[in-house]
Write a new protein. Sequence first.
Length: 334
Amino acid sequence: MENKISVVVCTYNQEDTISRTLDSILMQQCHVPFEIIIGEDCSADHTLAICQQYAERHPDIIRVMANKQNKGIVNNYFDCLLAANGKYIADCAGDDFWTDPLKLEKEVSMMEQHPEVTLVLTRWNWFDETSKQTKPCIPPPFSKPIVKGSEALEEIITQTSMNVYHLSSSLYSAEAFRKAYEEDAYLFRNKDFATEDISLVFMLARYGDIAYLPDFTMNYSMGKPSASQQTNHEKRFQFFRQITGLIHYLTEHYNLHSPRIEQHMEKRLFAIGMHAFRSANPALSEETARCAKAWNIKQTPRIRILFFIMRHQRIWQWSLTVRKWFVSAKKALH
């Protein structure tokens, strides 16, 4: 690994935003050189052409990995990480963008001064693509600038009090990632886990400490459909089910049982059940019940009530009608 930073940009059908992303990376002022690895995942628009134009203008910095078949978020991301040459890795999604030209400089300086740190986090803003307005994220409740990674594992899994991290605002150790990948490739490659960030941050915390910088360095794009911003209840159901399955795997495989995680799993099961309820799809109700059994989640009173409703079609339809009326009335009052 060379003493440089590999910046990973995974993109798919983002012709409207990819230039903004790449420009925000190219503006970085850092004493450590950096490369940009673009994982272009068979876009149907002009995203690939735009990326190739940038690579032609910056051949010493930008490398385009143009996938011949769509790999999906997880495989595209980790294939890019494995292709990275740098000692450090950062990433910026193709619709997000960095706002601080010293982002990389601040983060790499922290890691150079503290070799025990495997992950540096910063603050970031929600960015509304329609209004162009920003809203600051909730700051993580770290009591000091550097915390023991082993003490943050439960918080990373549950995220009950805040968003612990956002990878597009982070910098992390390439060596720690490769060790984690060798230890548990299944964790990173199981497509049914749906996301790359929880797995990666969890393992980085197992291998070292986490540093936090209070500077705002990134805008997280909101307002366009994504895996975590679906409005379709069946798609939301599958996304929540997959993330909860990942949390269950981490809890079991790394022996992290605790009352807090148990309560978190109960809440997630109820959320999954509510998406099944709103979808009016009996197959999703049955899948929720299977998940509850497979994950050995205690059925709280509200979960039992929800399952009862979904077992009786007439009650289910009546409940959906009442809910629709209630939501309409609530909107009218506002």
